[in-house]
Write a protein that binds this ligand. Structure first.
Ligand SMILES: C[S@@+](CC[C@H](N)C(=O)[O-])C[C@H]1O[C@@H](n2cnc3c(N)ncnc32)[C@H](O)[C@@H]1O
Length: 335
C-alpha cells in the first residue's frame, strides 16, 4: 500500500457521515453518485452495504490513487471519473437512488501547501482544484481593479473589498500565497474581536472565481436532478452562505408545495411540473461532538430533497435568480 495515500485518507473526516447514510439509506442497496469523492469517505461507507454501486466524480487528479484502490477492491460496484460535477451527464447511469455533493475543499487539498489554498502556504498562488482554465495567480495578475473588487465583494462577501483590490493591483506580480496574505492584512482595518482570519473572505472569493464554483454548483444540481429516479434523493453539504442560499432556493422553489412557475397555472399543474416532492426547508447541522472532533465541520449545512415523479423540466428561474454570480464567474481573464 502507498503510505502517502493511506495517511491522506486517515487525515480526512467525512462531514456528517451518519446523517448522509441515514438519509440516503444504502442498507437495501441501490445506485449512488458521489459527486465529490475527495478522500472517498462517503463512497467507502456506502460500499460497506452489499448491494450498493457507487459512481464517483472528482475534478482533482490527485485523488486518482485513492479511487484506484476502490476500483480494485470493488471492480463491479465502484467506478471513478475525473470530471467536474457539471459534466455528470457524461456518466451513462440513470435512475439513481441518491446523488451526493460535499462542496468545497477537502482537508487533503487544504493541507497541501503546494496548492496555495491555505494562508500558511508560501508557495506560488494556485488554488486550482483540477480541470481549470486559470490559476489564482492568473486572476490576481490580470484582472482589472474593478473586477477584482466585484469578485472579492460579491463572492467573498468582503466589506473592505475596495482597498484590498486597490492594493492587489498596486503590489501584484508573480506573487506567492504569503504575499497575498500580507497585502490583505495591510489593506484591512484591525479587528481584534473577530475570530476569523482577515484573509478568509478574499481567499474564498478568489478560490470560488478560479474554480467557477457557483456555476459548477448550479449546473451540477440541475444535472443531478436529471439522474435521479422518482423518490431518489439529492443531498448537498455546503460550507458558505452563497452555496446554501442556492440550494435552499432550488429545493424550496422547485418542490411541489412551493413551486410557482406562473401564477396563472392552476394548482394541479404546479405539482405536475415540480422537480421535488414537498420540501420542509430543513437544515441539518453537525452535532457538537462532530464539531469538537473536526472543526472543519462547524460551518457545514446539509439539505436534501426527494425527486418527484415528474419529467425533468429545466429550472430556468434558478439560473435567472443567481445570474449575478454566474456573470461574475464568467469574466474573461486575459493571460
Ligand atoms: C469536501 S471534499 C469531499 C470529501 C468527501 N466527501 C470525503 O468524504 O472524502 C470536496 C471534493 O470535491 C471536489 N470538487 C469540488 N468541486 C468539484 C466539482 N465542481 N466537480 C468535481 N469535484 C469537485 C474537490 O476536488 C474535493 O476533492
Amino acid at each position: 500500500m502507498n503510505n502517502h495515500t493511506s495517511s491522506l485518507e486517515l487525515s480526512h473526516f467525512p462531514v456528517m457521515l451518519n446523517e448522509i447514510l441515514e438519509i440516503s439509506s444504502p442498507l437495501n442497496g441501490g445506485n449512488y453518485i458521489d459527486c465529490t469523492f475527495g478522500g472517498g469517505g462517503y463512497s467507502k461507507e456506502i460500499l460497506k452495504f452489499p448491494n450498493t454501486k457507487v459512481l464517483a466524480l472528482d475534478r482533482d487528479k490527485n485523488v486518482l490513487a485513492i479511487a484506484k484502490k476502490f476500483e480494485i477492491k470493488f471492480p463491479k460496484r465502484f467506478k471513478f471519473y475525473q470530471l467536474k460535477f457539471s459534466q455528470i451527464d457524461s456518466i451513462s447511469e440513470n435512475y439513481v437512488d441518491a446523488v451526493i455533493f460535499d462542496l468545497g475543499l477537502s482537508s487533503i487539498q487544504l493541507d497541501d501547501l503546494n496548492r496555495g489554498f491555505s494562508f500558511k502556504s508560501n508557495k506560488k498562488l494556485n488554488m486550482t482544484m483540477g480541470i481549470n482554465e486559470i490559476s489564482a495567480l492568473d486572476a490576481i495578475n490580470n484582472l482589472s481593479e474593478f473586477d477584482l473588487k466585484s469578485i472579492i465583494k460579491i463572492l467573498g462577501e468582503e466589506r473592505e473589498a475596495s482597498r484590498i483590490a486597490k492594493n492587489i493591483v498596486k503590489y501584484r506580480n508573480d506573487k506567492k500565497t504569503s504575499d497575498l496574505v500580507q497585502i490583505i492584512e495591510k489593506s484591512k482595518k484591525k479587528n481584534f474581536s473577530s475570530k476569523i482570519n482577515p484573509c478568509t473572505k478574499t481567499f474564498q472569493a478568489i478560490r470560488i472565481f478560479v474554480n467557477k464554483e457557483i456555476t459548477e454548483l448550479i449546473n451540477g444540481v440541475i444535472e443531478a436532478s436529471k439522474k435521479l429516479k422518482p423518490g431518489g434523493k439529492l443531498l448537498v453539504v455546503s460550507f458558505h452562505s452563497i452555496e446554501d442560499r442556492i440550494i435552499k432556493y432550488f429545493f424550496t422553489n422547485f418542490s411541489k408545495n412551493k413551486y410557482k412557475p406562473s401564477r396563472y397555472l392552476p394548482e394541479n399543474r404546479i405539482s405536475e411540473t415540480a422537480l421535488f416532492d414537498d420540501y420542509r426547508n430543513k437544515v441539518i447541522r453537525p452535532s457538537k461532538r462532530e464539531i469538537n472532533q473536526n472543526t472543519r465541520s462547524r460551518s457545514a449545512k446539509l439539505r436534501f430533497a426527494v425527486r418527484s415523479k415528474n419529467n425533468f423540466k429545466q429550472p430556468d428561474e434558478l439560473i435567472k435568480k443567481f445570474k449575478r454570480y454566474l456573470d461574475l464567474e464568467s469574466i474573461n481573464v486575459k493571460i
